[in-house]
Design a protein around this ligand. Structure first.
Ligand code: HEC
Ligand code: HEC
Length: 302
């Protein structure tokens, strides 16, 4: 609620909340008229299945009281907890506060465990099965959404098990990737090369990894590659890990290796973002994650 600069929405939300609760109480009161002594209860005139008729009886007392209790509960809740506009509630509870308390508690409990591994170098940690189990659990919490629970990746999200690296696969580089994040930037070429130019250079890219391609288009694409693409992907298309430009001569594709996908990549450009985790996870967890990812790539080598 603190995002609202004027007090209007604050009053608006408060008013609607209180009016709804009050409205419920009024409806309840009106619809639970007691039957006066001697008064006869009438049917509403609705009859189903020949002899099933609806009577105009008031709600039973226990039921009515349940409703009143929920109303009292709602009012008490709104006094204690934030619910009425920007009023913070008597208890001062916030979801952020609860999160911070729980994280502080977890840090106090698990911090020493992480510290133990922080003192060891990454290759040692990667060889420790207990550390890898902890790393895997962290991976399944923070990383699987993008890289997959088996770290196998998907279009736009690199496979972390395959020993092919955009930025480098030694343990320290993996750690730096996780801590600081990465921004892959491939410019859009259609405005410069036109559709035909994109098709030509795409066929040259296909030829680099020995895929089926049109030789005439590819030979025209060769020059385009040398003057526009080699700066980042290298003269032979082998890539450049300092900027995360993929190797185009292997059979591993970040976005896809069909002619159509390659043309789309070149025409529109790509911008893969790996978030930075330094502030969120802290050194200890990143150390374990880096060791875990490194250990996955070792398995891939076998
Ligand atoms: C929001 C999606 C997302 C999440 C969550 C995410 N990543 Fe990434 N990650 C990416 C993308 C996208 C790239 C590729 C960046 C690029 O295209 O330049 C990447 C790249 C990487 C790389 C570099 C791979 C290489 O080939 O050099 C590593 C290592 C990595 N991520 C590890 C992790 C770990 C560990 C976590 C969990 C703490 C994580 N990622 C969480 C999206 C994500
Ligand atoms: C400024 C540096 C730069 C230039 C110039 C550049 N690229 Fe890229 N390219 C990249 C980066 C970085 C990526 C990875 C993008 C990402 O991580 O999201 C990439 C990705 C690609 C991919 C996707 C590869 C895959 O595995 O899916 C292809 C294909 C490609 N570039 C071809 C080209 C061609 C052809 C040209 C010249 C017309 C070119 N690039 C020019 C930096 C560059």
């Amino acid at each position: 609620m603190s995002d609202f600069v004027s007090g209007f929405w604050n009053g608006y939300v408060t008013l609607i909340t209180l009016a709804s609760i009050f409205g419920c109480a009024v409806v309840l009161k009106l619809s639970t008229k007691r039957v006066a002594a001697g008064e006869k209860v009438e049917t509403t005139g609705h009859v189903w299945d020949e002899d099933l008729s609806e009577w105009n009886n008031p709600l039973p007392g226990w039921w009515r009281w349940l409703f009143y209790i929920t109303i009292v509960f709602a009012l008490a809740y709104l006094v204690l907890y934030p619910g009425l506009g920007s009023y913070p509630g008597l208890l001062g509870w916030t979801s952020r506060g609860q999160y911070n308390d729980e994280s502080a508690q977890a840090d106090a409990e698990y911090g020493p465990l992480f510290d133990k591994y922080l003192k060891q170098n990454l290759k040692m940690v990667a060889a420790d099965p207990v550390a890898n189990q902890m790393g895997q659990r962290l991976f399944l919490t923070y990383c699987y959404q993008c890289h997959g629970s088996d770290a196998g990746g998907g279009p736009g999200f690199p496979n972390l098990r395959d020993n092919d690296w955009l930025y480098g696969g030694d343990p320290e580089t993996i750690q730096a990737t996780i801590a600081n994040g990465r921004n892959g930037f491939m410019p859009a070429w259609e405005p410069i090369l036109g559709e035909q130019g994109v098709k030509q250079v795409a066929n040259y890219v296909l030829s680099l990894s020995g895929r089926p391609h049109d030789a005439v288009l590819a030979s025209a694409g060769k020059n385009i590659f040398a003057s526009n693409c080699a700066v980042c992907h290298g003269p032979e298309g082998k890539g450049n890990q300092t900027i995360g430009a993929p190797n185009l001569t292997d059979r591993i594709w970040l976005y896809g290796g069909s002619e159509k996908t390659i043309m789309e990549t070149i025409a529109k450009g790509r911008h893969g973002v790996m978030p930075a985790w330094k502030n969120r996870l802290g050194e200890g967890k990143i150390h374990l994650l880096a060791a875990y990812v490194y250990s996955l790539s070792l398995q891939g080598q076998k």
